[in-house]
Design a protein around this ligand. Structure first.
Ligand SMILES: [Zn+2]
Length: 411
């Protein structure tokens, strides 16, 4: 392995530094692609520090197209690359955009060698080598855009046979049998074509298997939300037309976006042990049930009955999350967030600052503009604001002042 030590030479913040951890805290190796056709540890470090305001580069290792490896951080450094899983993960980034490129043989071999050596050094089993997309909260992120099942098989089979990437996804064509409505439980070529189209548009639906399961429904809902049509997880005429006409944003942001930072409520989630609430017999009772009822607009009697379950389902549908009427971790988070977002009025100028401005007003702007709601005013939010200002014909400065706020919320 050709490892170049860049731990002290890459761009880093003068004012912020990453937390450190014990080696024993490391449980996972995270595999990324850079989502850029070229790049280097130096370039990523500059982007993460100068544009995103991070303490340093997000990855522990970067593997170039020629197979050379840059060592960027001690393993003890808790850098940003998988959000709330940062504290127990080591990040390896392969340079390339594997949605359109293949990894080179040299790069593949170097990444496998590096991963194997880390597995042995840190005592990590192959089952704990995950793609970015496999970490909690990242089902929407097409990273690293290679099959992780195949990657893990390569790790298992020392010197295994070279296997090409799966063929590029087909376009969504009308050549296959088309039902007018597709819904959970459906199977067939038309479901497969739907999954391929979702994949092509970046709404990763899980395995392309022709089965309309919960991952496909989840991808459909994320698409519907983005396309600003009814969010129900069902493909009818409206969704079909939107899928056909939807255009991807031409400009692709670099891979590491502010959402790879840990959520500022990470500690809170970890310390919280809130019950999962659902319709059971006998019915569940308690102040947590009451709290949910108040937030979803059900009668707050503290008893989780059919009406509450129905209100929870409606809430989940609005939020574009899995609709099951059960209040689990994801729904709890969405409930917290929606609570924060209601009733926040204009408070201050919002613009990209280092560190990023955070808060409920930022979340409200993000929600209105349909960008990832992380509560931090970063470059992606700024870009969405600029686009909005352009559409509205007002001053295009990427800053939310009173005028832009009024246009956003009619307030
Ligand atoms: Zn990634």
């Amino acid at each position: 392995m050709n490892i170049i030590d860049k731990r002290n030479v890459l761009a880093s913040s003068n004012t912020r530094s990453y937390r450190r951890r014990a080696r024993s805290a490391i449980r996972n190796i995270a595999i990324h692609h850079s989502a850029t056709t070229s790049g280097s540890a130096e370039a990523f470090a500059r982007y993460h520090v100068n544009n995103l305001g991070w303490p340093g580069i997000g990855y522990h290792y970067v593997v170039d197209r020629d197979g050379s490896i840059s060592r960027c951080h001690d393993l003890e450094v808790v850098s940003y690359h998988v959000g709330n899983s940062n504290s127990f993960a080591v990040g390896i980034c392969m340079v390339g955009d594997f949605r359109t490129q293949s990894l080179t043989d040299a790069q593949r071999q170097a990444t496998l060698d590096l991963t194997r050596s880390l597995m042995s050094e840190l005592n990590i089993p192959v089952e704990n080598v995950w793609g970015h997309i496999e970490f909690p909260g990242y089902a929407w992120k097409p990273c690293p855009s290679i099959s992780m099942g195949t990657f893990r098989n390569w790790l298992r089979e020392e010197g295994a046979e070279l296997t090409g990437r799966p063929a590029p996804t087909a376009t969504y064509v009308a050549g296959v049998r088309q039902r007018s409505i597709l819904n959970r439980g459906d199977q067939g070529d038309d479901v497969r074509a739907l999954q391929e189209r979702l994949e092509e548009l970046g709404f990763h639906p899980g395995p392309i298997d022709g089965i309309y399961g919960s991952q496909t429904a989840d991808a459909v809902m994320r698409f519907q939300r983005t396309a600003r049509i009814t969010v129900d997880g069902i493909v009818g005429p409206e969704t079909r037309a939107a899928l056909r006409d939807f255009e991807q944003v031409a400009e692709q942001p670099e891979h590491a976006s502010p959402t790879d930072e840990p959520d500022h409520r990470e500690e809170l989630y970890q310390s919280e042990t809130r019950r999962m609430l659902r319709l059971l017999s006998p019915m569940m009772r308690g102040s947590d049930v009451q709290e949910v009822q108040e937030k979803v607009g059900a009668v707050a009697d503290g008893i989780f009955g059919p009406e509450t379950a129905e209100r929870v389902r409606a809430f989940q549908r609005r939020e574009g999350i899995a609709v099951d009427g059960i209040v689990g971790p994801q729904t709890w988070r969405a409930l917290d967030q929606s609570q924060v977002n209601t009733g926040v009025g204009y408070q201050r100028l919002l613009s990209v600052q280092s560190p990023f401005i955070r808060g409920a007003d930022v979340q409200r702007v993000q929600r209105a503009l349909n960008v990832q709601v992380d509560g931090m005013y970063g470059p992606l939010t700024e870009r969405a604001v600029r686009n909005f200002q352009r559409r509205e014909g007002i001053t295009i400065d990427g800053i939310v002042g009173p005028q832009t706020w009024r246009r956003l919320f009619n307030e």
